[in-house]
Design a protein around this ligand. Structure first.
Ligand code: ADP
Ligand code: MG
Ligand code: MG
Length: 201
């Protein structure tokens, strides 16, 4: 069996839903500062919807499971982040092999990030989830350990604080978006930690 079997997919679904639920208020507080204050609720709604159908997803081959999870996130998260996180998982499902090794995972993740950037018409440096996704991809491609990747993700989320938002609602604030962490960057770092810790055991 590959690096991700069915049991592990169920564990990943529950770990990601748990961390989003545990940090929903924090995500909402971040989004209140420079957005509309719904990011925690949006993410919680989506990841609980995925959790509710975990058995169904886990019964599918990994690529199909990720595609179905992405579709579910698009339908349930809402806001700007729903289609973007949904695209991330759908594109990952399209590119990943049924039993991925590290190289395939890194390549698939890179293509998934490109799909998010295309969908969001966004790029690194604009104070969004991409500012965490891209460094995580680089760390993955460089063969960093799960613990190192988690540290990279946390630092990358912190690094959005001094950035000026150029995409999403926060961009409406211009310079007033400076000095706050991007909510989507924080939720991405939380998801990375949950995945890394589940895979590491
Ligand atoms: P909304 O802004 O519609 O209320 P959310 O609050 O759920 O949606 O999500 C906001 C997050 O989505 C931002 O913090 C940012 O990380 C991400 N985001 C918004 N627009 C874009 C974009 N064009 N490209 C990449 N990420 C984006
Ligand atoms: Mg919002
Ligand atoms: Mg909103």
């Amino acid at each position: 069996t590959g690096t991700m079997d069915r049991l592990e997919l169920k564990a990943l679904i529950s770990a990601t839903a748990d961390t989003i639920a545990a940090h929903a208020e924090e995500l909402t507080t971040l989004d209140q500062a420079i957005g509309d204050g719904d990011h925690g609720l949006n993410m919680k709604r989506g990841f609980e919807a995925v959790r509710a159908e975990a058995d169904k997803f886990a019964a599918k081959p990994l690529p199909d499971a990720l595609t179905a999870i992405g579709t579910k996130l698009v339908m349930t998260v809402g806001g700007a982040s729903g289609p973007l996180f949904g695209t991330l998982f759908m594109a990952l499902g399209k590119e990943i092999s049924p039993e991925p090794d590290r190289a395939n995972l890194a390549t698939a993740f890179g293509k998934a990030i490109e799909a998010v950037a295309a969908r969001g018409k966004s790029q690194v440096g604009q104070k969004t989830m991409l500012d965490v996704l891209q460094p995580v991809h680089e760390a993955l491609a460089e063969g960093k350990t799960p613990a190192e990747i988690v540290a990279v993700a946390d630092r990358a989320a912190d690094a959005t604080v001094p950035m000026k938002a150029l995409r999403g609602r926060a961009s409406f604030l211009g310079d007033r978006s400076i000095g706050h962490m991007d909510a989507g960057a924080r939720s991405t770092a939380l998801l990375v930690r949950a995945v890394a810790e589940t895979i590491e055991g």
